[in-house]
Design a protein around this ligand. Sequence first.
Ligand code: NDP
Length: 327
Amino acid sequence: NWYFDKDADLAWVEGKTIGIFGYGNQGRSQALNMRDAGLNVIVGSRSDDSARKSRDDGFETLPLAEAAEKADVLFILVPDEVMPQIYEESLAPGLSAGNTLVFASGYNIHFKYIQPRADVNVIMIAPRMVGQGVRDTVVAGTGFPSLVAVHQDADGSAAKTMLGLSRAIGSTRMGVIESSFEEETIVDLFHEQFGSLHAIRRALEVLTEAGCSPEAAMLEMYASGEVREIGQYYVDHGLFGQLKLHSRTSEYGQLVYARGKPEQEEAHKNQLRAIVERIRDGSFAREWTEVQANGMTAMKEAQEEIENHPMMVEERKLYERLGRFSS
Ligand code: NDP
């Protein structure tokens, strides 16, 4: 089910105090959009830096726990991995019956890292848009889509509150689609994990093995900026519809030749199915929790390894030559 402006009334949320917890990518944009929509928005912040930013933007800004006491609707817009701790320490003590918790991702509720008390509403409005885009598309008048869901309806108002808030952040203009915390978690993690960056890295390795220069390989695969244009073609013309903007040779190569034999297709789909399975059965979430508990060693090792990878050393040289970042 899709919902649009016509299905959502701001009156369902007017008069409530909206608390934004985490004034970062999503927090700032959503706060500005909701204030422009006429809602009463306050910000909860832990640090001087982000508090200064939100005060400069004109928001009443309080320590997290004080803002939690004051807010009727709490948007939890801190990184997913720190959310359970912030929730327990600073937000949960300030909750009252009938408050509404708003998540922008399904992760912590789906995996039960956060289990809110039964007398609060728990909803999700998960923008399919980066934080800056949440602001820019609304200012430009187009808006952005979101996945929305009700996890807990404590007082019968959760769905209306969800739609009213979706309108206030500017998402019902393009439309919000009814989803679930589980579905959002699966598609979000799958998109991150299905391996596009490593597929490109492997392609670079193979092209240089074949005698191509790293520069030619990188420019072809991503570094020229052509992929940005092609990404926009996907959005404007559809995944395969955009092929009509390429040469006939390119169209044949991408549409027909790259498809591979049915058994290759099935083998690749089996790898993808395994990714979904590891998300669904919680293996990924457990691994990620362990990595964090162990001081992020696995992440640091991988960061170091990729930094020293011959292709990434070549990338730095190319980017310096092109006048981009130098480290
Ligand atoms: P950010 O990485 O921008 O972080 C937001 C804020 O969290 C920061 O400003 C920081 O405040 C605060 N913060 C970080 N660590 C802590 C901590 N330990 N204690 C208290 N505050 C902390 O988050 P995002 O906006 O990217 O993500 C917020 C939510 O939105 C997540 O659930 C994410 O999954 C979801 N989401 C994000 C999208 C995106 O494009 N980024 C897209 C769709 C959904 P300070 O300045 O005080 O350090």
